[in-house]
Design a protein around this ligand. Structure first.
Ligand code: GLU
Length: 485
């Protein structure tokens, strides 16, 4: 039965559409993996719980009146530092959600071998109701609260963009931190997702969508897996429906389309657009920029009840909006063969069994949307090493390539065209290195997860395999600390 006013451990009421509170749903999935492992119960309990959460309320002057703003920062795990995870601005933010999302960050970082603990922050506002100046005031005040309670810092806890925030908010956070903390040499590493001139890294904005593309591509090229779900190998011509056309959904759709997939539906909060012939993602983005909505796009049919499109026939469904979108109520109607989780927690735990029974492959969030935090890790490395990737070796690499090409030309007596020469000689710049590091992280993690799924007969699905991968790595850190002998 749907719990309409479930109360979480933290005392918060869960929103009505949740079947169970979000953190409980994450833990239900955790427990499915934990029972298959031999780790001591106390260790599993320690990994599962949220280490600390800071709930704050602070006044901000808005249009001449004082408004009291509620906000949180949760640090789920300190097994590695700093903690890492985004900050979301949404009217629906609550403590349970922030804790659940911080837990997912812990597992996500472990799955893709990013040496951080999990964190997440949230401010309970609808950013659309505030002017830019008011948002800046709220963000700066929130940052000061975090500084005072030691919930931010390059070695402590490093926020990033999430739902409702972006590079602009990260710039305000970085500037406030630098102003207050003063002489800290690594201060810019206090937050990631910053604009490039403020210490950001090339490729961070697209990172989550690009990482999702790499993960889906890896699965589609896995002949054994494709056979299991009765699908042909490869991305070419696969039909895709994407829920959410924000930073994650837009980039995921764009990269999947460039990779040969056909985007047949895009769902937003105010409606969806569908076209069996495929939707031009760039043209839809341009339409949204001029009209403020994806609806009434000339190249597709508008569906007013946007979320009904989740139930349309397609090869791959990419929920990349918010959590709890696929519940036990709509799970029986889902017709996709693959659910590729771009959002955090889009499939509620109770819907999972229904989907798995239907033979649907769920590529889990903690793996598939980890591209953002992977590139955040690169940004943090850039900030604490104070040097742009490629600065030391680009020219050196080009020199070596040039000598090699000249030697080949001399030995063969043939000349390459200037274009061919440029292609072979060019050294890697920051964006090349970031994208290559992201690709490697996603491919490595995929094969780690699949090795668990393939070699342990009691592991029935990819999420459980990903949880095992994460739990084992976190357990290993605790063993190394000597806390659990
Ligand atoms: N908010 C993103 C996530 O949920 C990014 C986190 C980060 O870069 O720290 O993965």
């Amino acid at each position: 039965m749907a719990a309409t006013s479930a109360t979480t451990a933290s005392g918060n009421s869960a929103p009505k559409y949740f079947e169970i509170p979000f953190f409980a749903s994450v833990n239900e999935n955790f427990n499915k993996a934990a029972v298959l492992l031999d780790h001591p119960k106390g260790l599993l309990d320690q990994i599962r719980v949220c280490n600390s959460v800071y709930y704050m309320q602070f006044p901000v002057r808005i249009k001449g009146e004082i408004q009291v703003i509620s906000a949180w920062r949760a640090e789920h795990s300190h097994h590695k530092l700093p903690c890492k995870g985004g900050i979301r601005y949404s009217e629906n933010v609550n403590q349970d959600e922030v804790i659940a999302l911080s837990a997912l960050m812990t597992y996500k970082c472990a799955v893709v071998n990013v040496p951080f603990g999990g964190g997440k922050g949230g401010i309970k506002i609808n950013p659309k109701n505030y002017s830019e100046e008011e948002l800046e005031r709220i963000t700066r005040r929130y940052t000061v609260e975090l500084i005072h309670k030691n919930f931010i810092g390059p070695a402590v806890d490093v926020p990033a963009p999430d739902y409702g925030t972006g590079a602009r908010e990260m710039a305000w956070i970085a500037d406030t931190y630098q102003t207050f903390v003063g002489k800290e040499i690594d201060a810019l590493g206090c937050v990631t997702g910053k604009p490039i001139p403020l210490g950001g890294v090339h490729g961070r904005t697209e990172a989550t969508g690009r990482g999702l593309f790499f993960g889906v591509r890896e699965a589609l090229n896995d002949a054994e897996l494709m056979k299991k779900i009765n699908m042909s190998v490869g991305m070419e011509g696969k039909t895709v429906i994407v829920q959410g056309f924000g930073n994650v959904g837009y980039h995921a759709a764009k990269f999947l389309q460039e990779g040969g997939a056909t985007i047949i539906g895009i769902i937003e909060w105010d409606g969806a657009v569908v076209s069996a012939n495929g939707i031009d993602v760039e043209a839809l983005d341009a339409h949204r920029k001029t009209t403020g909505s994806i609806t009434n796009f000339h190249g597709a049919t508008t569906v007013k009840q946007g979320n009904s499109v989740l139930e349309y026939e397609c090869d791959i469904l990419v929920p990349s909006a918010l959590e709890s979108q696929i519940t036990k109520f709509n799970a029986p109607n889902i017709k996709a063969k693959i659910i590729a989780e771009g959002a955090n927690g889009p499939v509620v735990a109770s819907a999972e069994d229904i989907l798995l029974e239907k033979g649907i492959l769920i590529i889990p969030d903690m793996y598939l949307n980890a591209g953002g935090v992977v590139v955040s890790y690169f940004e943090w490395l850039k900030n604490i090493s104070h040097v742009r990737f490629g600065r030391m070796d680009k020219r050196f690499e080009e020199g070596g390539n040039f000598r090699l090409v000249s030697l080949v030309e001399r030995m063969t007596g043939q000349s390459l065209t200037p274009e061919e020469k440029n292609m072979l000689i060019r050294g890697a710049d920051e964006e090349d290195l970031v994208n290559s590091g992201l690709e490697d992280s996603m491919i490595t993690a995929y094969h780690e997860i699949m090795a668990i799924w393939r070699t342990r007969p009691n592991v029935k699905d990819m999420r459980t395999a990903a949880f095992i991968s994460a739990i084992d790595k976190i357990a290993h850190s605790y063993f190394q600390m000597g806390i659990f002998p």
